[in-house]
Design a binder for this molecule. Structure first.
Ligand code: HEC
Length: 104
């Protein structure tokens, strides 16, 4: 019984730390996902126009639009990623896009 209680307490202490760490990890993962999954259409890591997809840096679209575009794609233009990426990954991709800065 005492063991059970301490396991439960450990869980309470560990949970927020774990969430913070997985957020930072998600940000790192987002850059990797972008490069491997989005980068061949959105050039320069999303910074420049001229690829198959438009430039994403400094987008004037709102968060809901961007999240929806990543989840649902656009027929004939961009594949939908709602089936292959989870919500945390899609949120991290939104942060990645919002944080894009010119490379030089
Ligand atoms: C096969 C090429 C392709 C891939 C892969 C792709 N996109 Fe796109 N994306 C496009 C095209 C083309 C558009 C423009 C669609 C349109 O005409 O509205 C677009 C539009 C967008 C937009 C909306 C931009 C705007 O201002 O309208 C976002 C955000 C976006 N893509 C993010 C992503 C992310 C994130 C990924 C990777 C998970 C990704 N795209 C993968 C081709 C692609």
């Amino acid at each position: 019984m005492r063991l059970l209680v301490s396991v439960m307490l450990l869980g309470l202490v560990a949970a927020p730390a774990f969430a913070a760490e997985s957020d930072a990890q998600a940000d790192k993962d987002a850059a990797n996902i972008f490069n491997s999954t989005c980068g061949w259409c959105h050039q320069g890591g999303g910074r420049v126009a001229g690829g198959i997809g438009p430039k994403l840096m400094n987008s004037e679209r709102d968060d809901a639009f961007i999240l929806n575009r990543i989840r649902a794609g656009k027929e004939g233009k961009m594949p939908a990623f709602g089936g292959s990426l989870n919500d945390a990954q899609i949120q991290a991709l939104l942060r990645y896009i919002r944080n894009l800065k010119p490379e030089n």
